[in-house]
Design a protein around this ligand. Structure first.
Ligand code: PBG
Length: 329
């Protein structure tokens, strides 16, 4: 026997000795009700269309979208977040298909709401980039600047049209200053006091959005660095979240998720409202690509990535793997 004094008495490994003990002592539990599936609905297609940079994700027709919404409801997911893809010819300088009652996003919202009723929270992306001919999230001046204050009334109009179509939650993602406030005022003025706002608060100008731009057929050339945040800034992300809470956001969001866990943790520490995180297209694509080469254990990495986002402080996670992860829980 070796000298007992030299042996540890504090042994964290005791909590790891069996699966039962690990489950008993686990600090983080992911539940389907906190997962939100982002989906794309595209105008003018007859068949669901694959997105090459997001293997396993498609652009839906209205009918395949409804089918997907049924799956979301059956899986007990917390919500479904809709993005619209208009026909190229319908895009214009201001993004008017965004608020048209017969625009693809509003038709998709109406169909999904009809299908899921109150069983699943129906959410709408409230942003113009999918609908503008230049691909920016707002209107652009003759000098090529994205005009914050001229964009706000368009967001208000879009949000009201989404509430009318049946959205329970509108999610402004354009990073215009004051967007939450004008949307709240417009919803209230139209009697939609029950429609909640999930604010993309700390949204970074990120290379990880790359595959999404293909998914929505975005026309952007250039970048969004004058409105989305600089990836070097952490404190500023907290400030953006606090401003949105002041403007009456019902949720704040950090995006991307996996590379911004520090921001997520700090926002979660100070937020008075639930904190969502968006595991974005590039985070998804990297894992799928490495897994396709046999370089990583796909399911294990997916579950670990989502768990890490919850561990860091997310109350809700938007992820393209929401149905798959829920199926394993
Ligand atoms: C803008 C928007 C974007 C994403 C969600 N909303 C793209 C952007 O800001 O360029 C990215 C989502 C993802 O990458 O999965 N409406």
């Amino acid at each position: 026997m070796s000298d007992p004094v030299s042996l540890p008495t504090i042994r964290p490994r005791r909590a790891r000795r069996s699966a039962a003990m690990r489950n008993l002592t686990a600090e983080t539990h992911v539940h389907p009700s906190q997962l939100i599936l982002p989906v794309f609905v595209r105008d003018g297609i007859d068949e669901p269309t694959p997105i090459s940079s997001l293997p396993g994700v498609v652009q839906h027709t209205l009918s395949s979208l409804v089918h997907e919404a049924e799956r979301v409801r059956e899986a007990g997911l917390g919500g479904i977040m809709l993005f619209g893809v208009p026909r190229d010819g319908d895009k214009d300088e201001v993004g008017s298909p965004a608020w048209a009652s017969d625009g693809i996003l509003n038709r998709g919202l109406a169909a999904v709401r009809q299908a899921v009723g109150e069983d699943t929270v129906v959410m709408a992306d409230t942003c113009l980039d999918e609908f503008t001919s230049h691909g920016h999230c707002g209107v652009v001046t003759d000098e090529g600047i994205v005009d914050n204050d001229a964009t706000l009334p368009l967001y208000a109009r879009m949000a009201v049209s989404q509430a009318r179509a049946g959205a329970h939650v509108v999610a402004p993602s354009g990073m215009m200053d004051g967007q939450v406030r004008v949307i709240r005022d417009a919803l209230d003025a139209e009697g939609f006091t029950d429609v909640a706002i999930m604010a993309y608060s700390a949204k970074y100008a990120s290379g990880f959005f790359g595959p999404f731009r293909e998914a929505v057929g975005c026309s952007l050339t250039g970048d969004r660095k004058t409105y989305q945040q600089d990836p070097r800034n952490r404190r500023e992300g907290v400030r953006e979240a606090l401003l949105d809470i002041d403007e009456s956001a019902d949720f704040v969001m950090v995006k991307p998720a996996g590379y911004y866990l520090d921001v997520l943790r700090e926002v979660a520490d100070v937020s008075a409202v639930p904190v969502a995180a968006y595991q974005v297209s590039g985070e998804y694509a990297m894992v799928e690509a490495a897994a396709a080469r046999g370089w990583i254990d796909r399911e294990r990495v997916i579950d670990e990535s989502v768990t890490s986002i919850v561990r860091a402080g997310a109350d809700q996670v938007l992820t393209y793997w929401a149905l798959e992860v829920a199926g394993r829980l």
